[in-house]
Design a protein around this ligand. Structure first.
Ligand SMILES: Nc1ncnc2c1ncn2[C@@H]1O[C@H](COP(=O)(O)OP(=O)(O)OP(=O)(O)O)[C@@H](O)[C@H]1O
Length: 257
């Protein structure tokens, strides 16, 4: 578990600037929600937090991202280390569909070349599936393909896969937007349980969800063609009940976006 501190983050796609000097501290052991209307740069900001933005051709950025005080963009640090320590769960569940549930969970580990005994792997698979709230549903069918699970179960499998490499931070980009309300509830419960051991940053369009799962909220806005920036951030209760900026009030109460 670690704090993540973004300092002065600006981002571009080609010539187009989409984020302007965004600074945000995401505290260790808390859930931070990134909220704001479509296109204001939330996903771009999230992807900068684990060095995925640089995978897009023509994309660039400025600023620092400190993981417990160390800049993940420092030239002495490897990209793969940043992505292992700062995991990501995407909008659409993306398990390897033909791979077994068991192998899906340990697939990240295999990529990093870690060697472990069968017994250790069995323990890890159980631990991660339990933490992701999926163990009881799949314990008797670990050899079945990941693609045979329901959408909500696939998303929890993706969470288990992320946990297997023992990340310190978990980034979630609208993890429930493709799920039904029951599966959404289940993921939200999982987030509540995971935050005891991994710092969580979640992008969500759902204000009720932000209110339910997060400790702190950051409200992003890109007004009239300007790059996205944070209007206001703070404890979720204050952002919803007593925001300082009228634009925050209007957004969280559904008046725009
Ligand atoms: N791969 C890309 N190439 C060029 N422009 C992009 C790319 N990805 C995003 N953008 C642009 O960057 C801006 C910010 O997009 P981003 O997806 O970060 O916003 P967002 O707030 O996450 O939106 P949404 O809530 O709709 O997902 C948008 O104007 C978008 O069109």
């Amino acid at each position: 578990m670690a704090a993540l501190d973004a300092r002065g983050i600006s981002a571009w796609f080609g010539e187009r600037k989409v984020l302007d000097r965004v600074s945000l501290t995401m505290r260790a052991g808390q859930v931070t929600a990134l909220i704001g209307p479509s296109g204001c740069g939330k996903s771009t900001f999230l992807r900068i937090l684990n060095r995925m933005h640089e995978l897009v051709s023509g994309a660039s950025l400025a600023g620092e991202v400190l993981l417990d005080g160390q800049d993940i963009y420092d030239s002495s640090r490897r990209v793969t280390d940043a992505r292992r320590q700062i995991g990501m769960v995407f909008q659409k569940p993306n398990p390897f569909p033909a791979m077994s549930i068991y192998d899906n969970v340990i697939s990240g580990l295999r990529l990093t070349g870690v060697k472990a005994s069968r017994r250790d792997l069995d323990d890890l698979v159980e631990e991660c599936l339990a933490k992701a709230g999926l163990w009881k549903e799949v314990r008797d069918r670990l050899r079945q393909p990941g693609g045979a699970l329901s959408g909500g179960q696939q998303q929890r499998l993706c969470i288990a896969r992320s946990l297997a490499v023992r990340p310190r931070v978990l980034l979630m980009d609208e993890p429930c937007s493709a799920l039904d309300p029951t599966s959404t509830r289940r993921i939200e419960e999982t987030i509540g349980e995971l935050v005891a051991e991994v710092t969580i940053v979640i992008v969500t369009h759902n204000m009720q969800q932000a209110a339910r799962v997060s400790d702190e909220c950051a409200f992003f806005l890109a007004s009239q063609g300007t790059p996205g920036a944070i209007v206001e951030y703070g404890p979720t209760s204050a952002m919803f009940d007593n925001p300082q900026d009228s634009r925050t009030y209007d957004y969280v109460h559904g008046r725009f976006g």
